[in-house]
Design a protein around this ligand. Structure first.
Ligand code: NDP
Length: 450
């Protein structure tokens, strides 16, 4: 057997093979271990998958682009950042995935995110490949003009690598509507065409209704499917949410709208708690105030919430937790706290918010995890709707987009459940990986060994 085939001997052998190619990329190794653990038997047992080394190829991005971003601050000082775009797989459609602006951005984080994105996008059933990008830059403490200059400089290089049929980026941590506007403006200026090469555009300027809300809303729709499948409902459930950004705010808002008692939000500095629950209006008020003052404690005061400096949501009693901030935000101690505090379901609004050990502990304690690649796929799904609208010239109403989003989340749940059997219990993480892998693997194998 060729050496490449040896990687399929075991999960450990596969991860060792990836470690040799990507030394020190801890987050990427973690993501590979998790997915490969769930799909290695398929990669080994389906002859055409094995013959064409599909799993090994999907563990190596098609292309990684790294570039310098030079920009000038308001005082005239020059700054140099690193920009990246990882184009992981376009077997199912144009590369698609967000841009993250955060000091923690590095090749490991982007390889993990782009790898996960491939399976997530496959799971939606839409024709979308997987990619991810960003820069080790933060908008925090920067003026609007500085952010604009940074975005223009970033896109001045990125534009030559993307396009509506090639690679279609969107937002992620640190890249919201303002940044997308600057990035899109510069793309349009350089290419001189309105071609839909970025999603998350403003409604009325080529964007889709519901794109901003889609990831958070979609996570709650996925949760609704899980509960309905178990003969239960969201009304009256205590829910903890982490984060106070795009995903967290919209997950909290939709959960509150559907009758849940949403008791927390959080940020890098601590946790905001409202024991009797944030109403939809409370969530919107906190979002508005936080955007203005950048102080979550201050933003929570008018709605009667208290801020715990350095606190995390996981010590607050709940039925359901929706981690929506960042990767690895629930470690084994946090998982223990969740179990002790009565949590029964964890819905990953963020990408890989639960560490490997914490996920094992939660599973053994009877907690069901809705994995990010299934539960937070609503964002990329509505990005897919935006691409369709840009191509056809149609403009969807919010109701149409919401209806289509619900259908997509239902389909993702059903596909994840159908493949999720694990000793008589449904493991949605396993099911999502298997269903996502099977579709992209078929397309990859079909094209031969390229
Ligand atoms: P935002 O930048 O809008 O918000 C991120 C929030 O998480 C902020 O409140 C931030 O705190 C908090 N946060 C970030 N890092 C940490 C940390 N290390 N510790 C504690 N809190 C932290 O990002 P999004 O809401 O867009 O993304 C959140 C997650 O969801 C990410 O994992 C992203 O990849 C994932 N995701 C996003 C999608 C989207 O459509 N936006 C789609 C699918 C997944 P602070 O306010 O202090 O900065």
């Amino acid at each position: 057997m060729p050496v490449l085939d040896d990687a399929l001997d075991s999960v450990e052998a596969f991860v060792t093979w990836v470690k040799l190619r990507h030394p020190g990329e801890i987050e990427f190794h973690q993501a590979v271990r998790s997915v490969v653990g769930n799909v290695i038997d398929i990669a080994r047992d389906v002859p055409e998958f094995r013959k064409t080394a599909v799993l090994q190829r999907l563990a190596e991005p098609d292309r990684s682009i790294r570039f310098r971003v030079t920009w000038v601050d308001d005082e005239g000082e020059i700054h140099i950042n690193r920009g990246y775009r990882v184009q992981h797989s376009n077997a199912l459609g144009p590369y698609k995935g967000g841009l993250r602006f955060d000091p923690t951005v590095n090749p490991s984080i982007l390889n993990f995110l782009s790898f996960e994105q491939v399976f997530k996008n496959s799971l939606t059933g839409l024709n979308l490949g997987g990619g991810k990008g960003g820069a080790d830059f933060t908008t925090k403490g920067r003026s609007d003009n500085e952010v604009m200059r940074f975005c223009y400089a970033f896109m001045t290089e990125l534009h030559r690598h993307i396009g509506p049929r090639t690679d279609v980026p969107a937002g992620d941590i640190g890249v919201g509507s303002r940044e997308i506007g600057y990035l899109w403006g510069q793309y349009k200026r350089l290419e001189n065409q309105f071609s839909g090469a970025i999603t998350g555009k403003a409604v009325g300027a080529g964007g889709s209704e519901l794109r901003e809300e889609a990831t958070g809303y979609g996570a709650v729709y996925f949760l609704g499917e899980m509960l309905a499948d178990a003969g239960d409902e969201l009304d009256g459930k205590r829910v903890t949410v982490s984060g106070a950004g795009n995903v967290a705010i919209h997950a909290a808002e939709k959960a509150a709208e559907l009758g849940a008692i949403v008791v927390t939000l959080s940020n890098r500095k601590g946790c905001l708690i409202k024991e009797d629950g944030f109403s939809v209006q409370d969530v919107r008020a906190v979002e508005g105030a936080y955007t203005r003052c950048h102080d979550l404690g201050e933003a929570g005061e008018p709605v009667g919430a208290r801020f715990v400096e350095g606190g995390k949501p996981w010590t607050v009693a709940c039925d359901i937790a929706i981690p929506s901030a960042t990767q690895n935000e629930i470690d084994i101690e946090d998982a223990r706290a969740l179990v002790d505090n009565g949590c029964k379901i964890v819905v990953e609004g963020a990408n890989m918010p639960v560490t490997h050990d914490a996920a094992e502990l939660l599973w053994e304690s009877g907690v069901t995890i809705a994995p990010g690649k299934a539960a937070n796929a609503g964002g990329v799904a509505v990005s897919g709707f935006e691409m369709l609208q840009n191509q056809s010239g149609d403009i969807w109403t919010a109701e149409h987009a919401d209806d289509a989003l619900r259908k997509i989340m239902k389909g993702i749940f059903q596909r994840s459940k159908a493949e999720g059997d694990s000793g008589g219990r449904i493991d949605l993480c396993r099911g999502a990986d298997r269903a996502g892998f099977r579709r992209v693997a078929r397309a990859t194998a079909w094209m031969g060994a390229m």
